[in-house]
Design a protein around this ligand. Structure first.
Ligand SMILES: [Zn+2]
Length: 704
C-alpha cells in the first residue's frame, strides 16, 4: 500500500515507453500490405522448404506471415522483402539457438543501459538534491528509448525476430502456457517485444504526460501546522508536511493511537481529503507554508507562524479561490495521451484492454469478479462490527483506513520515530544494515551479501521508491526519505517495502534462467513480494515477535485493507471507462462524473456498513491521477500476497522461499502462482483465512 509513485512511473514507462512492444499480442492490420506480398510469400515457402526440408514449413509459414503483416511499402520492394527472408530465416536449430542467445544478451544490455539513462535523467526530479529548475522537468520527461521500436523496424532487427519467433495471444498463453518449456516462454516474450508498431511520437507524448502528472502529484503537499480548527487552534505540530494522499492517509492511521486528540486530527484529515477530491480546496494552500487555512470556513489568510525554511514569495497573493479542477485536468491529460496509442494496438485497442490483457495478463472481467467478491463479502459487516467494538464508537468513513488490527498501534508514532531515527540517521546507515535485515529474514549470509551488493540507497525527494535494473552490471536503487533528524517510522516502513522490491528485482534478474524472463508476471506480484518484507518491519526493529494472535490480526488487517483498496480500484476502472465513453469531456465534467462514480461505489459497498451516504474518500488516491489505471494492482496484490504468505508460512522461513519464487520469472500470473503455491490467482485464500481469523476474534471478543 505504500508503494510509491515513482515505482509506478517506472513501470508505466516500461509498459508505454521502450518496451511498448513487449505487451502486444498480434500483428497490425493487413490493409497496408503491398499487392505482391502473397505471391512473394508463396515463392519463398517453396524455395526455403526445398533448401531446409519439410520440417521447417510450419515455422516458416508463420514467420513469413508475421513479417508480411508488418511490412509497409517504406520497408522495401518485393526484391528487398525476398532477400530479407532468404538471408534471415534460421533454417536449422543451431542457427535458431545462436540467434536466440544473441538477442537475449543484446536486449539485456539495451534495456539495462536505457534504464540507466532514464534513471540518470530523473536524478534531479527523484532525489532530494535541491530545487527543481524548469529545464529539469524537461530532462526528467525525456525517454531515450522512445524511438527504439521505430529504429528496430527501420534497420529490420525487429523483422528478424518476427520472422523467427512466434507471436502468442493472451488466449494462447492462458491455454497452453503451463505446458511450455522455459525456452518457449522466453521466445514468446522475445517475440512480444516486437508485436506492435507504435510511432515514437505517440510514446513520447505518453511519457510527457506521465512526467507532468507525476510532477503535479509529487508537489501536492499539505502543511499541517497551518490548518486551523473552529477555535483557531493548530491541531498539528510545526513543519509537518504531508504529501497527498500517502502521508495524509498514513498520518490518519497513526492517529489511532492518540485517543481524542487523534480523533480530531483524523476528522481534520478526512475534511482535507474530501476537499481535494471535490476540488473545493483553496488553490493557494497546496504546497504552501505561508498561509493558514481555516478548515471549517474553508478560507485562507497569510500565515502568522513560520515553520518552513523558504521565504514568503514576493507578491504572493492570498485568496480562498478553489483549485480550478487541475486534478481532473491532469487525469484527462494522461487519458488523452494514452488514447493516441489505440490505433496501433489492434488486439488491445484501448488503454483499458492494454492494462488488463497485456499488462496484467488477467482479463478485466476476472479482476472485477475477484474485487466484487471481496467488497460484497458477508465477512465485511462482521469485521466492521469487530472494529466498532474495538474502537468503542460507531464507524466514521475514514475508518476504511482502520489499522488497529496491527500490533503496531500499541506504540505511538513518536516512539517509533525515535527508535527509527536512532537506528537510521542517514541513508548510508540503512545501506549498511541491508545484509543484517536480510539475514534476519532468513536469507543465508552469502545470499544476503550478494543481494545487498546489488542495491544502492539514495535520498528520495518524495516518500520513497524502488528502481530495478534490467542488466546484471547495474545495481537496483532504493530511494528513501531521510530527514535532517534521521529517518522516521513512516519512511522506514516504506523503505522496508521498497527493499522487498529491490530484493525481488535483484533475484529475478541475476538468478533467472533466461534474462528475457526477468521480473515477475505483473506489478501485483512485485507488490505482493514487497508486502512480505513490509509486514516484518516491526520485527526487524526488534519490537514484536509474530505469534498466532498477531497472525490472526494480520489477516483481518489484510482483509480490511483489501476491502478498502478494492473499492478504490473499482473507481479507477469505472473512471477510465467513463473517459473512453466521453473523450471530449472537460475537466469539470470529469470531476462530476468521478464524484458520481465514487458515490455510487461507496453507496453500494460501504454505506451499508458505515451509514453516511455519498462519501467521496475513495477518490483520494494520487495514483488515479498519474498512474494510468494502476490501482487494480493493489487489491490483486493483496490476494496474491496472501497466497504467497501462506506458502512462506508453510515453508517455515522467508529467505529461501522468497528466492525460489522470485526466480520463476515473467510467465503468466496463473502459471507463476501454480508453480509457487500450487493454485492459480484468486480471492478464496484470503476469504477463507479471514473467516477463520474472524471466528477466533469473535470468540475472544465475546469472552471479554
Ligand atoms: Zn511497492
Amino acid at each position: 500500500m505504500n508503494i510509491m509513485l515513482k515505482t509506478m512511473l517506472v513501470i508505466v514507462g516500461v509498459v508505454l515507453g521502450g518496451h511498448a512492444v513487449l505487451l502486444a499480442q498480434q500483428p497490425a492490420k493487413k490493409s497496408g500490405q503491398p499487392v505482391w506480398m502473397k505471391e512473394a510469400s508463396a515463392g519463398l515457402e517453396k524455395e526455403l522448404v526445398a533448401r531446409y526440408g519439410e520440417g521447417i514449413r510450419t515455422r516458416l509459414q508463420r514467420g513469413v506471415r508475421q513479417v508480411a503483416d508488418f511490412w509497409r511499402a517504406g520497408d522495401g520492394d518485393r526484391k528487398v522483402f525476398e532477400e530479407f527472408v532468404r538471408s534471415n530465416f534460421a533454417g536449422d536449430q543451431e542457427t535458431l539457438d545462436t540467434m536466440f542467445g544473441r538477442f537475449e544478451a543484446l536486449l539485456e544490455k539495451l534495456d539495462g543501459h536505457m534504464g540507466e539513462i532514464g534513471r540518470t535523467f530523473r536524478t534531479q526530479a527523484d532525489l532530494d538534491l535541491g530545487p527543481i529548475l524548469p529545464f529539469d522537468e524537461i530532462v526528467a520527461g525525456y525517454d531515450a528509448s522512445a524511438h527504439l521500436s521505430d529504429d528496430f523496424f527501420e534497420n529490420k532487427l525487429a523483422f528478424v525476430v518476427v520472422l523467427n519467433f512466434p507471436f502468442t495471444t493472451l488466449e494462447d498463453r492462458l491455454a497452453n502456457g503451463s505446458t511450455w518449456t522455459r525456452r518457449q516462454w522466453a521466445e514468446a516474450r522475445l517475440a512480444q517485444r516486437f508485436s506492435r508498431r507504435v510511432p515514437a511520437s505517440v510514446n513520447l507524448e505518453i511519457a510527457r504526460s506521465a512526467s507532468e502528472s507525476g510532477q503535479y502529484i509529487a508537489e501536492y503537499n499539505i502543511w499541517m501546522h497551518h490548518l486551523l480548527n473552529e477555535k483557531g487552534e493548530r491541531p498539528f505540530p510545526p513543519k509537518l508536511r504531508l504529501l497527498s494522499h500517502w502521508n495524509l492517509r498514513d498520518e490518519l492511521k497513526a492517529d489511532y493511537s492518540e485517543g481524542a486528540a487523534g480523533f480530531e486530527k483524523q476528522k481534520t484529515i478526512q475534511t482535507v481529503m474530501q476537499r481535494i477530491v471535490l476540488q473545493t480546496i483553496p488553490e493557494v494552500v497546496i504546497n504552501n507554508p505561508h498561509v493558514d487555512w481555516n478548515l471549517p470556513a474553508n478560507t485562507v489568510i497569510p500565515s502568522s507562524v513560520m515553520d518552513a525554511d523558504s521565504k514568503v514569495p514576493a507578491g504572493m497573493s492570498v485568496s480562498s479561490a478553489r483549485e480550478p479542477d487541475t486534478r481532473y485536468k491532469t487525469l484527462l491529460g494522461t487519458f488523452l495521451a494514452s488514447r493516441k496509442a489505440d490505433p496501433y494496438s489492434p488486439t488491445a485497442p484501448t488503454h483499458i484492454a492494454r492494462s488488463f490483457n497485456e499488462g496484467r495478463e488477467i482479463p478485466e472481467t476476472r479482476v472485477r469478479e475477484m474485487l466484487e467478491q471481496v467488497v460484497s463479502s458477508p465477512l465485511v459487516p462482521r469485521v466492521a462490527a469487530l472494529i466498532e467494538k474495538r474502537l468503542g464508537r460507531p464507524l466514521e468513513p475514514f475508518d476504511i483506513w482502520y489499522n488497529g488490527f496491527r500490533q503496531r498501534s500499541t506504540y505511538t508514532e513518536a516512539q517509533l520515530d525515535d527508535i527509527v531515527a536512532k537506528r537510521y540517521p542517514t541513508p548510508e546507515a540503512f545501506q549498511k544494515e541491508i545484509p543484517n535485515i536480510l539475514t534476519q529474514l532468513s536469507f543465508t549470509k552469502e545470499r544476503a551479501d550478494f543481494i545487498a551488493n546489488h542495491i544502492m540507497v539514495d535520498p528520495a525527494r518524495g516518500s520513497g521508491h524502488a528502481m530495478g535494473s534490467s542488466m546484471r552490471e547495474a545495481p537496483a536503487r532504493l530511494r528513501t526519505r531521510v530527514g535532517k533528524t534521521g529517518m522516521n517510522y513512516k519512511g522506514y516502513n516504506i523503505a522496508i517495502h521498497e527493499l522487498g522490491h529491490n530484493v525481488e528485482q535483484v533475484i529475478s534478474l541475476h538468478e533467472v534462467d533466461h534474462t528475457l524472463l526477468q521480473g515477475v508476471p505483473n506489478t501485483a506480484f512485485t507488490e505482493a513480494l514487497a508486502f512480505v518484507f513490509q509486514e516484518n518491519d516491526l520485527r526487524l526493529l526488534g519490537l514484536t515477535t509474530p505469534d498466532a494472535r498477531s497472525e490472526e490480526l494480520q489477516v483481518l488487517n489484510d482483509f480490511w485493507g483489501t476491502y478498502e483498496i478494492a473499492g478504490v480500484a473499482l473507481v479507477d476502472m469505472s473512471v477510465w471507462h467513463w473517459m473512453y465513453d466521453h473523450p471530449n469531456a472537460t475537466p469539470a465534467q470529469l470531476r462530476e462524473a468521478t464524484l458520481g462514480i465514487v458515490k455510487e461505489i461507496w453507496n453500494t459497498y460501504y454505506a451499508p456498513v458505515f451509514k453516511p451516504k455519498d462519501v467521496v474518500l475513495l477518490g483520494i488516491y494520487s495514483h488515479m491521477i498519474d498512474s494510468f489505471l494502476y490501482l487494480p494492482d493493489y487489491p490483486i496484490g493483496h490476494l496474491i500476497a496472501h497466497q504467497i504468505n501462506e506458502q512462506i508460512h508453510k515453508a517455515g522461513s522467508i529467505g529461501p522461499e522468497f528466492e525460489r519464487m522470485a526466480k520463476l520469472g515473467r510467465v503468466t500470473p496463473d502459471v507463476w502462482m501454480k508453480n509457487a503455491t500450487g493454485s492459480p490467482v484468486g480471492s478464496e485464500a484470503l476469504l477463507h483465512a479471514t473467516e477463520k481469523a474472524l471466528a477466533q476474534a469473535e470468540a475472544e471478543s465475546g469472552k471479554r
